[in-house]
Design a protein around this ligand. Structure first.
Ligand SMILES: Nc1nc2c(ncn2[C@@H]2O[C@H](COP(=O)(O)OP(=O)(O)O)[C@@H](O)[C@H]2O)c(=O)[nH]1
Ligand SMILES: [Mg+2]
Ligand SMILES: [Zn+2]
Ligand SMILES: [Zn+2]
Length: 366
């Protein structure tokens, strides 16, 4: 668990991180205490407190992201996996397939990796907009990173004008049609119905490819609608049991690289069983990003499921109003507290409000 690593407050408290020892085998379990993790120099209570503070700060921003995505009609999906499971390959194939089968759907990608913009370049080569986020030593994306990356996406910039054009006039527009309250984009609004905000923006999908790591991205809410865990058949069918947090947090598991099954001794049924043991409600799709087998079911999942298709106007309206408020508050906060320049050592991006702890340690999977 990377949340608490790098904390400089060592030495003051007495460590109490003795592991549980298996009486028969001598195996050590460092996650058996109340914090479920061991941090040198920190007590279990202190560890829990730090984690709550840091994750709490993250969750505030994640909640804002979620409202922001909803206000823009964006369905955000957080793709999590170990490195090399095929996330970027799947995204490129998905973008091509959507162009052919659902050309009205906007797609944008936020790419998380420690270094390089290789993956963003691969996405941009498909024609879809992408923003690369390099986390440096950080081993996961956090909500503030995603907020900033989303702001960089030009599709967001465009959509924003729409959103803000709606956010205010709606307060006084429900009684009648005779006000001309100046929608800049001239699209029609039927205020008696629940669908007005979909009349102009086609549905849009925001894929967030997290840093390859099956451990801590499970903890970090980015404001996504769902986490999608990608497991490739070359990794072994036992991974859902070995990394249960990730598979418990995911709504969908994609079993990728099934074209390789003839060459392996991977037991598909057992893998699915393991995944359902940690998450009985998980949806599982088998797929090959390179041959395209199974792509249709994935596209169906992407295009069908979103709850925001069916939401009533009231809820949507409330969200729009709320997001306008939040954005105004955020702008005001930024104006009042200009961010100090970051030191290179702290580039792991901290949640705001004075979280003092360096987040992240590479290779959380060892
Ligand atoms: N055989 C096979 N290889 C795949 C598939 N998907 C991805 N790969 C390969 O797996 C490697 C890692 O893929 P990449 O998309 O970069 O994985 P990421 O690190 O999760 O983004 C590349 O060599 C891909 O060509 C698949 O469905 N079948
Ligand atoms: Mg990738
Ligand atoms: Zn991490
Ligand atoms: Zn916005």
């Amino acid at each position: 668990m990377c949340v608490v690593c790098g904390c400089s407050e060592t030495g003051t408290s007495k460590p109490d991180s003795s592991p549980e020892v298996h009486p028969a085998t001598g195996d050590l379990h460092f996650g058996a205490g109340p914090a479920r993790v061991s941090v040198p120099g920190l007590t279990q209570q202190r560890t829990i407190k730090i984690e709550e503070d840091v994750l709490g700060a993250n969750n505030v921003i994640a909640t804002q992201n979620r409202a922001h995505f909803a206000a823009h009609g964006v369905r955000a999906l957080n793709l999590v996996s170990s490195p090399g499971s095929g996330k970027t390959t799947l995204l490129c194939a998905t973008i091509h397939a959507l162009k052919a089968h659902a050309p009205n759907v906007d797609v944008a990608v936020i790419e998380g990796d420690q270094q390089t913009s290789f993956d963003a370049d691969r996405i941009r080569a498909t024609g879809a907009p992408a923003i690369q986020v390099n986390t440096g030593k950080g081993c996961h994306l956090d909500a503030p990173m995603v907020a900033q990356a989303f702001a960089q996406l030009s599709t967001h910039e465009h959509a924003h004008k729409h959103s803000h054009a709606h956010a205010h006039p709606h307060d006084h527009s429900h009684d009648d049609d005779h006000h001309n309250h100046g929608h800049e984009y001239g699209h029609h609004h039927d205020h008696d119905h629940g669908h007005e905000h979909h009349s102009h923006g086609a549905q849009s999908l925001l894929f967030i490819e997290n840093v390859g790591n099956l451990v801590c991205p499970a903890l970090w809410d980015l404001g996504e609608e769902a986490k999608v865990a990608i497991l490739s058949v070359t990794e072994g069918e036992d991974k859902p049991l070995k990394y249960p947090d990730m598979f418990a947090a995911a709504q969908l598991m994609i079993l990728n690289k099934i074209d390789l099954l003839p060459h392996l001794s991977f037991d598909v049924a057992r893998c699915k069983d393991y995944a359902r043991r940690v998450n009985p409600g998980i949806t599982i799709l088998e797929l090959s990003a390179t041959t395209g087998e199974g792509m249709q079911a994935w596209l169906d999942w992407l295009l069908e499921a979103p709850a925001h298709h069916h939401h009533a106007s009231d809820e949507q309206h409330a969200r729009q109003t709320r997001i306008a408020q939040l954005e105004a508050e955020l702008a005001q906060l930024k104006a009042e507290n200009p961010e100090p320049p970051r030191s290179p050592a702290a580039r792991g991006s901290l949640p705001p409000e004075g979280a003092r702890f360096a987040l992240g340690r590479p290779g959380g999977e060892s």
